[in-house]
Ligand binder design. Structure first.
Ligand code: ARG
Ligand code: ZN
Length: 891
């Protein structure tokens, strides 16, 4: 029997409301794979059992791009008349209640450029099955609510594939005599097919046994390509910290005797939590001081944590269907954020992490939530699930989980988690089940809280206050609304926790007397549940400055009519470090908006002394964590400023922000030099928070100083570049050199540094990515220069990291050049999306998202953007992935 199934049908949405339980459960899966790069033969034997509770009567299997050799049901070959195939779906009607299905398929890993299913990477074989990659290996009820026990037998040539890995425990291995060998793996836990994984090839590992809290020893391994063993230590340390943290904070133990991490240079996303065999993008594993920056080190720690934490939140309790994706992703992001914050430990350290996370949320998620791809945390429909691994599902999902934490408190949240596992361990459940566990454990009615899952869009909260000096009352009125999003014109009020404090004239917190506040309390969580509510504070001795939405207690945009003086007061004194930073950002945003308008009107630009003084005071306040000072001194990004405008003018925003940077550099020159010199970190490199914070502030100072076009600052950057003993300092110096504003003669020296950097690191793929990215976002890099860089021998669209380093960085992070008035950036974008569509639909669809907000630009730009979108939309053989993104953008 020979048959192929190709999906040629038009993109069609599927709906959450159409969920039907599977007609059959799968109890066991036994797989045998004869591995080869050109061709891999897959034999699958599964036992199925009718689900009497389902309205679905057929056996329904999914397959994608498979060559099917054999289909046997209870030992008998299936005749063509006994099943039907439509698109990816095979239906077998009239099956008995207990079935053994035997299926043989052939797949071609080297031809799999989509990197979903089984694919080749540097001569090795790797799988990625989430969300729907398993169906590219064999026919299967490939949906997350079908959980089965897997046994996997791998056979392969010994020389080409000396290492053979799969989920769970290695139960047997041996020689097959003919230059081939085998390994048999058994995963003792029931799991959905998206957690299936195999890895085969030439890999080496760093390993260690680690004593778990319950006394068991677990074998931990980090597998990499030969030559990279000097870069695995940080990942291993991070893994051990993750295991310990989950034991201590949530009482959750590693449930396997063996836990493996594998790094591959070809990966669509960050990493994948396959049971016992996590597969990672090299970007989130490989590090040593000479190739990785402080940010890379922090990223590795959090992603290693994230994937490890999925073992409970995702694997032991999984999702009923993909609409529930945030059940595992939002919760696991919350857990990794808390992990990173706990590791730093200090209060400002936690706040620094919080600020960094909120910055991402605002810059990327708020924008998504205001565009054509806006969707609820629990979507109601999608065309391609891979398009829904979004900042809304992940980061907003995490904010939603954080609100339970804020509402229930530390211990209440932990009780909710315990109840969630007590109820649902081993099950595939819904977001509502998590909410119910939180409500029941906390004894709270969280019915209205459900709207955070069902309604898209970023809520607006308008605050206003009246102080009554005679009665000593302070009445705070909070009013909420939420803009319309696709398919959701009207929104109902959300249940919003708003953490509030009141500052006196001396900058100290006033004691709070209001409903729900205990004696001596200086922060209170107000619960806004109606469209508008007034909260009254009593015994307020003086008119306070309100500190609202402390620690960013809800993912909303908060308006309050602060005066500059009030903001400066908050920036100088708020006991909530998040709101100190926030006050500085508000001051800066106001000015950047005005400056942008001045640029557009051709007026003279100026920055006021009051603002500069506030920045100077923060910069020079050595009692503050350098990481915190670095965040306050960093101006809102061009993308964040853009959100303040109905019609975005990218060049004007850029000019305004650059002007502000130069003015800050000019006014604070001496202070910046001092900060530079006081934050040197001599001695051996450590990625720990303290030295990393110093480097961050020092390098921010350097980047400001480089806006001062003097030979002296150029020399400072050049010396740092030449003498750097770690990538953080080297890369920061190179950034400063490449973006230097001074004498054009210095450009030669900068070019030389760029060339040196490339030569030194040409063999380190992750560093070459940095080299491309740095140039992609440089302000002088225009479309023509990007095209030139695309001709560089090291550039390729076939590798996701490399494609992203140049093209995504340019389209998403260099707005003033990407939005060139002649539309050349959009033409480049269309070419790239079309080219990537043929290679890797998931990556193509990500790039397609760069055009999401096209309706926010001037009519002239809009027209060019629309033409580019239409060009892509009209392309033949468009993947579902890209089609969904451009169709929604054009709708
Ligand atoms: N579950 C993975 C994580 O968040 C992400 C995998 C997504 N992969 C995909 N192809 N959509 O850790
Ligand atoms: Zn995840």
């Amino acid at each position: 029997m020979h048959m192929r199934n190709d999906n040629l049908s038009a993109p069609q949405a599927i709906y959450r409301k159409d969920y039907v339980a599977p007609g059959f459960w799968v109890d066991t899966v036994e797989m045998g794979l004869d591995l080869g790069l050109e061709q891999t033969y897959v034999a699958t034997r599964m036992t199925l059992r009718r689900n009497p509770d389902s309205t679905e009567k057929d056996i329904v299997l999914f397959g994608d791009g498979l060559k099917t050799l054999q289909l046997r049901l209870n030992g008998v070959n299936l005749k063509k008349s006994q099943y039907s195939i439509q698109g990816e779906t095979m239906r077998i009607p009239d099956a008995p209640d207990d079935v053994v299905l035997e299926i043989e398929t052939l797949i071609q890993p080297v031809k799999n450029t989509a990197l979903s299913g089984l694919y080749a990477s540097a001569g090795n074989l790797i799988t990625q099955c989430e969300a729907e990659g398993f169906r590219r290996i064999t026919w299967f009820p490939d949906r997350p609510d079908v959980m089965a026990k897997y046994t996997v037998l791998l056979r392969a040539d010994k020389k080409a594939f000396p290492v053979l890995l799969s989920n769970g425990n290695l139960i047997e291995e041996g020689d097959l005599g003919d230059g081939r060998h085998y390994a048999k793996w058994e995963d003792p836990f029931f799991k959905p097919s998206y957690l299936f994984a195999i890895v085969a090839g030439k890999l080496v590992c760093q390993e260690e046994t680690f004593r778990l809290q319950d006394g068991r020893d677990a074998l931990l391994q980090v597998w990499v390509e030969p030559g990279n063993l000097d870069k695995t230590d940080h990942a291993m340390q991070s893994l051990k910290k993750s295991i310990r943290w989950d034991e201590e904070r949530f009482g959750l133990e590693l449930d396997l005797d063996r836990f493996m991490i594998v790094a591959t240079g070809d990966f669509n996303m960050g990493a994948m939590e396959n049971k016992g065999l996590n597969i990672f993008n090299t970007k989130y594993v490989l590090a040593n001081p000479s190739i990785a920056t402080d940010i890379d080190y922090a990223g590795i720690e959090s992603v290693v944590g994230h994937e490890y934490f999925h073992n409970w939140t995702g694997n032991r309790v999984t999702c009923r269907d993909w609409f529930q994706l945030s059940l595992k992703e939002g919760l696991t992001v919350f857990r990794d954020q808390e992990f990173s914050a706990d590791l730093v430990g200090t209060a400002t350290g936690r706040a620094v992490k919080r600020i960094e996370d909120v910055r991402v949320l605002r810059q990327v998620q708020f924008s998504e939530d205001a565009g054509p791809m806006a969707h609820p945390v629990r979507p109601d429909s999608f065309v391609e699930i891979n398009n829904f691994y979004t900042v809304t599902i992940y980061e907003k999902g995490s904010e939603v989980v954080r609100m339970y934490y804020t509402l229930l408190g530390h211990d209440g949240f932990r009780k909710g988690m315990d109840l969630y596992f007590a109820r649902h361990d081993g099950q595939a459940v819904e977001c509502d089940d998590f909410r119910a566990a939180m409500a029941d454990a906390g004894g709270r009615d969280l019915t209205q809280f459900e709207r955070w899952y069902s309604q898209a869009g970023t809520p607006r909260v308008h605050a206003s206050a009246v102080y009554n000096a005679d009665e000593k009352t302070y009445a705070l009125t909070l009013t909420q609304s939420c803009p319309a999003t696709p398919g959701q014109a009207e929104k109902l009020p959300f249940h919003i926790p708003v953490t509030v404090g009141l500052l006196g004239a001396d900058g100290r917190d006033l004691p709070l007397h209001t409903d729900g506040a205990q004696a001596g309390q200086t922060s209170v969580v107000l619960e806004l549940t109606e469209a508008s509510q007034t909260f009254v504070f009593r015994d307020v001795a003086e008119e306070p400055v309100p500190s609202l939405l402390r620690n960013f207690s809800a993912p909303v945009v908060l308006h309050f009519d602060y005066s500059d003086a009030q903001l400066a007061h908050l920036l100088a004194h708020d006991s909530d470090p998040f709101n100190r930073w926030e006050a500085g950002q508000r001051l800066a945003t106001r000015r950047l908006v005005k400056l942008t308008q001045a640029v557009q009107a051709g007026e003279a630009l100026a920055l006021d002394e009051m603002f500069l003084e506030a920045l100077r005071n923060t910069l020079n306040d050595t009692t503050l964590d350098p990481a915190f000072r670095e965040l306050v001194l960093t101006l809102p990004s061009e993308l964040v400023i853009a959100e303040e405008f109905d019609e975005v003018d990218p060049q004007a925003i850029h000019t305004a922000r650059q002007y502000a940077r130069a003015a800050i550099s000019d006014a604070l020159r001496g202070d910046l030099l001092t900060a530079y010199e006081n934050n040197l970190t001599p001695g051996a490199y450590s990625p720990d928070a303290e030295p990393a914070a110093k480097r961050a502030l020092k390098n921010l100072a350097l980047s400001y100083l480089a806006d001062w076009p003097q030979q002296a600052t150029f020399e400072l950057a050049l010396t740092q570049f030449d003498e750097a003993e770690n990538m953080t300092d080297r890369l920061a110096a190179l950034h400063a050199l490449v973006n230097f504003k001074g004498d054009p003669k210095l450009k030669k020296a900068a070019d030389k540094a760029l060339a040196q950097f490339y030569k030194k690191f040409a063999k380190e793929a992750l560093v070459v990515d940095k080299w491309f990215m740095l140039q992609a976002v440089a302000e002088t890099t225009d479309v023509a220069r990007v095209r030139e860089l695309m001709q560089h021998p090291a550039f390729t669209l076939n590798n996701p990291n490399r494609a992203r380093s140049l093209t995504f960085s340019f389209c998403n992070a260099n707005p003033s050049q990407f939005h060139a008035p002649d539309g050349s950036g959009y033409a480049l974008w269309a070419e790239l999306v079309i080219a990537l569509n043929k290679i890797n639909p998931q990556v193509a669809a990500r790039l397609a998202r760069s055009m999401d907000r096209w309706k926010k630009y001037s009519p002239a730009l809009q027209q060019k953007m629309k033409a580019a979108l239409e060009k892509v939309a009209g392309t033949k053989k468009l993947s579902k992935d890209v089609a969904e993104v451009v169709t929604k953008a054009l709708a």
